[in-house]
Design a protein. Structure first.
Length: 361
């Protein structure tokens, strides 16, 4: 059941971009979802309104101290015409966990899930039609106290915006080059690493810029203490195939509990494959690359789904992964997830939910 939220429709709908011209996160739909929080009053006034700038006092807390968490999920239009959200409940719950980590009172997860559905229903024409495209849904909570003292805010705004997006990479699933950094650190245990906190993304920028300067696409993050245990790649979780096993770092406080990560581990186990969530060091991976047992490596995330890794750089050594192309298992996983998302493959775990589109008068 979807709640009906107070809805104000735009009087000036925007032209929609062509599916072929979509760039990730550059255009936005006609409406947004908004809800406010105030101590003593709780979360209140959920509503759908025309997409518009937020007006913030220059002293608004979030602008100074980054008390902000977000999430990201997608709606897909299948060849059957249905619009499906992928694992909306899990994204809504994760937003709540991220809130808790930054002392933000979490909005009710069911209401958050319904906010996704309701907004996509209102902007359903914006869900692109071509295979590989989707509507990216971005829920976010920001602290809105007007005050320069450093403490948890007493007021927050929750909002959801949507962006029609193309395939994350123009060429589709394309191997990327990654650089393991032992000079920059993304997260340490006890910090924000396992939360989808805006600040984590700010912390990643300098290393990302350095990797690009050296000709790489993404950073391979190592742990912040010993600088040898693999954490994540860019903004994604990482997995590798070493021998007959798929290995991925454990959820031990510094990495995000990725929804795509969880989906892929579930599929691999469904397929009877050996999966190990364990610490894996950069030395082990480099050695496995040299002796030929490292055959595939990929990142997992909502934006790119599965991103094959063709080359790994570390301390001046550049190592090709497998033959440098997308591996067979990487491709199989991408196809399996995408099939469920577009409704062209069975969904045995009930990961998708169909959005009820309003009947036009
Ligand atoms: C994802 O892989 O979905 C991300 O986290 C990237 C997003 C911040 C654009």
């Amino acid at each position: 059941m979807t709640a009906s939220f107070s809805t104000t429709l735009t009087r000036t709908p925007k032209p929609r971009p062509d599916d072929a011209a979509l760039i990730f996160g550059k255009s936005f739909t006609d409406h947004m979802f908004l809800m406010d929080y105030e101590d003593g009053k709780g979360w209140h006034d959920p509503r759908i309104v025309p997409y518009a700038p937020l007006v913030l006092d220059p002293a608004t807390t979030v602008l100074h101290y980054a008390q902000a968490v977000f999430d990201g999920l997608k709606a897909f239009r299948g060849p059957d015409g249905a619009i499906r959200l992928f694992r909306a409940q899990r994204h809504a719950e994760r937003l709540g966990k991220s809130c808790a980590g930054l002392c933000i009172p979490a909005p009710d997860a069911e209401l958050v899930r319904q906010s996704f559905e309701a907004l996509v229903a209102v902007d359903h024409e914006w869900v692109p039609r071509t295979q590989g495209t989707a509507l990216y849904i971005r829920p976010i909570v920001i602290a809105t106290d007007v005050m320069l003292g450093v403490h948890p805010s007493h007021r927050y705004t929750y909002f959801v915006i949507c962006s029609p997006v193309g395939a994350y990479y123009k060429e589709g699933v394309k191997p990327v080059r990654i650089l393991a950094t032992d000079t920059h650190v993304r997260a340490v245990q006890g910090g924000l690493g396992e939360l989808k906190a805006a600040a984590n993304y700010a912390a990643s920028l300098a290393a990302q810029q350095e990797a690009e300067r050296q000709g790489y696409t993404q950073v391979l993050w190592l742990d912040g203490v010993e600088r040898r245990w693999i954490d994540e790649v860019g903004t994604m979780n990482i997995m590798m195939r070493i021998g007959d096993e798929v290995v991925t770092p454990p959820l031990a406080g510094t990495i995000l509990d990725g929804v795509t990560r969880n989906s892929i581990l579930t599929l691999l186990r469904d397929w009877g494959m050996a999966v190990s969530e364990r610490r894996v060091s950069i030395e082990e991976v480099m050695q496995a690359g040299r002796d030929g047992t490292l055959t595939e490596m990929w990142g997992t995330g909502t934006a790119a789904v599965v991103s094959p890794i063709g080359e790994l750089g570390y301390k001046g050594e550049r190592m090709r992964i497998g033959d440098g192309n997308t591996g067979a298992l990487t491709r199989k996983l991408y196809d399996a997830i995408v099939g469920i998302q577009y409704g062209t493959a069975p969904d045995p775990h009930g990961w998708t939910s169909t959005v009820q589109v309003p009947v036009e008068a």
